[in-house]
Ligand binder design. Sequence first.
Ligand code: ADP
Length: 163
Amino acid sequence: MKIAVYPGSFDPITLGHLNMIKRAAKVFDKVIVCVMVNNSKNAMFTLEERLRQVTLVTQRFPNVETDCSDMLSAEYARSVGANVIVRGLRAVSDFEKECQMALINKKLNPDLETFFMPASEKYMYLSSSGVRELAAFGADLKDFAPREIIDEIMLRAAEKKKK
Ligand code: ADP
């Protein structure tokens, strides 16, 4: 069975991430979307909240599972018997960082391959930080974030503004 791990911060999960998950689920027998610990000061959601959101919006894909981890992606992949990591490439600017990470992961776990998928044209510009910023301005998120979690994002953005 070909198992792939799609690791990320997903703070919050966007329609760009969801598009990647849908496409990866067609290629691999099982895709595990793994929400990684995120130490960024600008974090919007906790690990538990992000995992809940990712689980909610991927429940319609039968071969997609969700999890969270504080391990390195390469170690996590090994622990679940996956030999592929899926990552998305938007602009050239993603390439350098992603390539470096893929090489480090290969060093940590030589059985591991990283598969890059280009962002769909529609979501090329989309990032979690963009969604957080739009939410802070009260913008309509329907073209950017899964509809099930839009209210939650708007609420959190409004709470953060009050602080
Ligand atoms: P990280 O903090 O690990 O970069 P992210 O949640 O920002 O986590 O992204 C997880 C993965 O999804 C990364 O490989 C990133 O390049 C990819 N990604 C993010 N946004 C998009 C998008 N709009 N289209 C395709 N891939 C994306």
